[in-house]
Design a protein around this ligand. Structure first.
Ligand code: AN0
Ligand code: CP
Length: 317
């Protein structure tokens, strides 16, 4: 694996899950693999889990992690070509990227959708510039359209808790005060397409995700109908994809909050969310604190997903 930007690059999912289980049971087995290898983690946006879990994964593999927060202490970067740089940006990303590449063996990048241009976001302009100019393997720590390390951890968590071969997994939209990217839901759909789960997406009108991601997945605008008989409820907010309302909050419907009443419609489902989560917007206190909530083990599995991916990237160096 040269770069890792989509869950699909894992190839055979069963094999990847077996590798992940090995990594989880033997976290320090590959200390020699990462010796004297440096991983640079570049953050254009905030993070708690990705920041910690990727560093922990690197340390477990014997690697040296370096974290760079672009908005805290680095120069402000211009990203457009041909711009006369007479504003507040001191450096161009086209110099910054190869410099970063020269100081590490692989680079992780977090760069969210900016919601300025749907085409720029869906063309992954920032991530692709890293791939083009870093000269080193690049992995996504959530880019504009995907968050594959999250999805891998989500699937590991479902596999650890499922009690039937083909569980019903419902990904439901839930309200949030700010416009959030589509990366997590897009990636989750990609991941679900690699499984044989009974997968359903529930979202309000106007919130249908990009057709290139939705593919043949079942979509309903009726949350209650989707939740009926669910074994796993995966909640997430996202801003609209539709061109005329792209990245705008047009629905604040608290009727979509995942409450105990909603969970009562399910088959005693487990609750999943990638975190960070806004309580009593996305999910009630009762549900997230309840016995079926998996949010903490799900977050802990971020170390496992990151370590499995870093291990593959090291093996391919
Ligand atoms: C981000 C998002 O929804 O994509 C990161 C989630 C992992 N969430 C926020 O910005 C709150
Ligand atoms: N789930 C996730 O990626 O969390 P952070 O944004 O805190 O890294």
């Amino acid at each position: 694996m040269k770069h890792f930007t989509s869950i699909k690059q894992l190839g055979d999912l069963k094999e990847a899950l077996a590798e992940a289980a090995y990594v989880k049971a033997n976290p320090f087995a590959d200390q020699a693999l990462g010796r004297n290898k440096t991983v640079l983690l570049v953050f254009f946006n905030n993070s708690l889990r990705t920041r910690l879990s990727t560093q922990k994964a690197a340390l477990n593999l014997g690697m040296n992690p370096i974290v760079l927060d672009i908005n805290q202490g680095a120069w402000k970067l211009e990203t457009g070509r041909g711009v006369v740089m007479d504003g507040d940006k001191s450096e161009h990303i086209l110099e910054a990227i190869p410099v970063m590449g020269s100081m590490c063996d692989m680079i992780g990048v977090r760069s969210f959708a900016r919601f300025e241009s749907r085409d720029d976001d869906y063309n992954e302009v920032i991530l692709n510039q890293f791939i083009q100019y870093a000269g080193k393997p690049v992995f996504s720590m959530e880019a504009a359209t995907r968050h594959p390390l999250q999805t891998f951890a989500d699937i590991i968590t479902i596999e650890e808790h499922k009690t039937k071969a083909r569980p019903k997994v419902v990904m439901t939209w839930a309200p949030h005060p700010k416009a959030l990217p589509q990366a997590v839901p897009n990636s989750f759909i990609e991941g679900m397409s690699m499984t044989d789960y009974d997968f359903v997406i529930a979202n309000p009108e106007g919130y249908d995700l990009a057709p290139e991601f939705v593919g043949n997945a079942k979509v309903t605008h009726n949350q209650d109908e989707a939740l009926a008989g669910a074994d796993f409820v995966y909640a997430k907010n996202w801003a609209p994809y539709r061109e005329d309302i792209y990245g705008k909050v047009v629905n604040y419907d608290m009727g979509w909050t995942v409450t105990a009443q909603k969970m009562a419609l399910t088959n005693d489902a487990f609750f999943l969310h990638c975190l960070p989560v806004r309580r009593n917007m996305i999910v009630s206190d009762e549900v997230i604190e309840g016995p079926r909530s998996l949010v903490i083990p799900e977050a802990a599995n971020r170390v496992v997903s990151a370590q499995t991916v870093l291990k593959r990237l090291l093996q391919a160096l």
